[in-house]
Write a new protein. Structure first.
Length: 402
């Protein structure tokens, strides 16, 4: 029989300067206080690994929110309306259909076939660093690479990458739990511009298909079911967030973590075969996405408290990934950690569609850094980028070529 808990759980302000700088001490305090915290009107954060891992697969939670929620979160413009169309915020049966069809375009075989081209991209980006004695891991690597990759996968010409990049960055503003008023115009313009651009590209693919993602999404069919023009455009726009923001921050936080832990960098130099484990540890240690929202569709109990239907639960992935009940020495970076059952990519039916691609990008990047440079060291303190995600503005790196 469950125990009913009285009193309010502690409040958590995810945007306080202390939390933005380093959320992990606050997460520890929250986990010790209980499995829930208050985060906003009718919303609670879930702090512990066991509950987060279980709730990601609980059918009583959904990802489809009412239009009023998206308008409250992102405003009345295109960004608020856009969320109702993408696979991230749809529940079965629509989510099942969209994921099945979009998944045909993001097949593992496509990711494997793309790796040689990805390796050339990384080599090109690092070539100047080898000559100049240093580079910025965000500006020169983590920021440009994911947009290059998504554009290449969609068959978008390289000449347009610089046009797309600022809109892809601003699109990330729309994915905050509550988009600040100061960011809403930029988020709306990003959605509007990317929809228009990709809509034109899609029209050319209808006339002459290729072997790119948009052509694959056009051709995807299952039992006579296909994707509409609007579904392809909006989910292609979403892929700029999924393929850009998360991967940018994975590469950046991984670089920052290695520079801060030269002993772990030494382990990777001694055994580059540890790179896949290291990538998983970067995802756990400083998760690019710290939390995901779920709508409570049926009453459920968490830690002795009944959460009513219509409430919102924020599954705090960053907190779960530092839970001492699940991970030994959770606040240490250990590139040899195995197993590593982190929840950085979510789980259940909403497991990140681009997880395989993000892992391959990070694997190529860190292998290339180890191969090209015999010295990787901080050139100046890194600076954080404020916002919802664990992101960096700048990570200056001093290097010596191998």
């Amino acid at each position: 029989m469950s125990t009913v808990v009285s009193g309010l759980p502690p409040r958590f302000d995810a945007l306080s300067p202390e939390v933005v700088a380093d959320p992990y001490p606050s997460y520890r305090e929250l986990r010790e206080a209980g499995p829930l915290c208050r985060m906003g009107p009718a919303s609670f954060g879930v702090t512990r690994y066991r509950d987060v891992a279980s709730l990601m697969r609980d059918p009583r939670l959904g990802s489809e929110f009412p239009d009023s929620y998206h308008r409250m979160s992102a405003g009345e413009g295109p960004a608020g309306e856009f969320f109702g169309q993408i696979v991230l915020y749809r529940d079965p049966p629509d989510h099942t259909r969209l994921r099945r069809l979009i998944g045909k375009a993001f097949s593992p075989s496509l990711v494997r076939a793309f790796r040689p081209r990805l390796e050339r991209m990384v080599d090109d980006l690092l070539a100047e660093a080898a000559e100049g004695g240093g580079f910025d891991a965000v500006r020169d690597l983590a920021f440009p690479l994911p947009v290059m990759v998504v554009c290449a996968l969609m068959g978008i010409p390289a000449a347009d990458h610089d046009l797309i990049r600022p809109h892809a960055l601003n699109l990330g503003r729309a994915f905050a739990a509550i988009v600040p008023q100061s960011d809403r115009a930029a988020a709306d313009e990003a959605v509007r511009w990317l929809r228009g651009y990709l809509g034109e590209v899609l029209a050319t693919r209808r006339a002459e298909a290729g072997d790119d993602l948009l052509s694959r999404m056009l051709a995807a069919e299952d039992g006579g079911d296909t994707l509409s023009h609007e579904e392809i455009v909006d989910n292609a726009v979403f892929s700029f967030f999924a393929g850009f923001e998360t991967t940018t921050n994975l590469i950046a936080t991984g670089c920052a973590a290695l520079l801060e832990h030269p002993d772990q960098l030494g382990l990777l130099r001694a055994d580059p075969g540890l790179v896949p484990r290291a990538v998983e540890e970067f995802l756990r240690y400083d998760s690019p996405i710290q939390g995901v929202a779920r709508m409570v569709r049926e009453p459920l109990e968490v830690g002795g408290r009944t959460i009513r239907a219509g409430r919102v639960l924020i599954l705090l992935l960053g907190s779960a990934n530092r839970d001492q009940e699940r991970f030994d020495d959770p606040d240490s970076l250990l590139v040899t950690r195995d197993p590593n059952p982190h929840v950085a990519f979510g789980g259940g039916t909403h497991l990140c569609l681009g997880a395989a691609l993000a892992r391959v990008e990070a694997d190529v990047v860190f292998r290339s850094l180890l191969r090209r440079f015999r010295v990787l060291a901080p050139a100046a303190p890194p600076t954080r980028r404020t916002g919802t995600f664990r992101a960096y503005e700048s990570i200056p790196v001093a290097v010596e070529a191998a």
